[in-house]
Design a protein around this ligand. Structure first.
Ligand SMILES: [Zn+2]
Length: 346
């Protein structure tokens, strides 16, 4: 079994879109990453609505191959008198009044909705994660597209190079771990046990999620700077002090933020699929050939950073709002006496 035949499924964050469908009629769904991005009912310049949907699907496949779908630049503009949505240099679709009538809204409102949907869904359609992506063409085409995207996305933004390097260290560790526990003789002639990958994978995934949560918290105060020659996977020196310092600073635990960040980490681990997302990435690097691993590890690492940030964002929404700093007005519930009528004896 080759690495690329293993279908990895990073669990997408499922957000239910609430489309108010006024009339189904002969509407066709435009599906991206397993979710409905748009619904259409006008055949436009095509013989049928289905044919138009097929052409839009083709453009989406093309966009996945040639555009930066990890950080999609989705934009809208009137083209040929119709509101239209594009990603990068790839035109995706027009919005006709009949399409908008499905939703009972104007074309301008709907193009905004579609834009938001594409922006959210394109990052979930990254084929090196969804290697079984049905939208992509032949295996050879997929390989080419993945390599092109890996080369482009290997250029990690300056703000994220240190955390991506941290994740690369995890991937290297995971890749070198034995399948089974091993007992060896240590320096003092005492038996030591080397843990195996299966024993450690969940702990490592949680440690990685924690590091990314801390980096996110630290980045608000100390944005990172990329130092040329020290980009992830490029620094030649395995003991480089500059890289080591940057990595340590990125994930440093600041005591005054313990409560806040640990609360977020706990909530994130509880989010369904968050740990699996990381262990799926681990599994990928464990089965890759050496060439594949070396050429794609930065891409895999940076993809993991972004996936985990998605989980952190989901978890953050589930947390109660942070305490507001005290203001001049006395908070009505902040009095020492219980309000009358609410005492236990009353
Ligand atoms: Zn370095």
């Amino acid at each position: 079994m080759t690495a690329k035949s293993i279908a990895l499924s990073f669990t997408p964050i499922v957000i239910l879109s609430c489309l108010h469908v006024a009339a189904w009629g002969a509407a066709e769904n435009i599906v991206l990453a397993g979710q409905i991005a748009a619904q259409i009912k006008d055949r436009g310049e095509f013989a049928s609505v289905r044919e138009r949907a097929g052409r839009i699907d083709q453009r989406i496949s093309q966009a996945i191959s040639v555009e930066d779908v990890g950080q999609p630049k989705v934009w809208t503009k009137k083209i040929d008198g119709l509101w239209s949505v594009s990603i990068g240099d790839t035109f995706l679709m027009h919005c006709y009044p009949a399409d908008a009538s499905i939703y009972g809204k104007t074309t301008r409102q709907i193009i905004g909705l579609w834009k938001a949907n594409f922006k959210r869904l394109f990052p979930l359609a990254e084929p090196s994660i969804h290697m079984d992506n049905p939208l992509a063409g032949s295996e050879a085409e997929r390989e080419l597209a993945t390599a092109a995207r890996a080369a482009r996305l290997s250029q990690v933004p300056g703000n994220d190079w240190a955390i991506t390097s941290v994740v690369l260290d995890y991937l290297a560790q995971v890749r070198s771990m034995p399948e089974a526990r091993q007992t060896v003789l240590g320096e003092g002639e005492e038996e030591e046990t080397i843990p195996c990958y299966d024993d450690e994978k969940t702990n490592l995934a949680i440690a990685l999620i924690s590091d990314i949560a801390w980096q996110q918290s630290n980045a608000e105060h100390y944005p990172e700077q990329m130092l040329s020659g020290h980009t992830p996977g490029k620094c030649e020196d395995p003991d480089c002090e500059i890289c080591a310092r940057a990595k340590a600073a990125a994930i440093e635990r600041h005591e005054e933020q313990f409560d806040e960040v640990n609360r977020l980490i706990a909530a994130t681990i509880a989010v369904r699929g968050s740990v699996t997302t990381v262990t799926n990435g681990f599994r990928l690097v464990r089965v890759q050939s050496e060439d594949d691993y070396l050429s794609k590890r930065v891409y895999v690492a940076y993809t993991l950073v972004k996936k985990v940030r998605g989980k952190l964002a989901t978890a953050e929404k589930s947390l109660p709002p942070a305490m507001e700093p005290p203001c001049d007005n006395e908070y009505p519930g902040d009095t020492e006496q219980a309000p009358s009528g609410l005492t236990e004896s009353g």
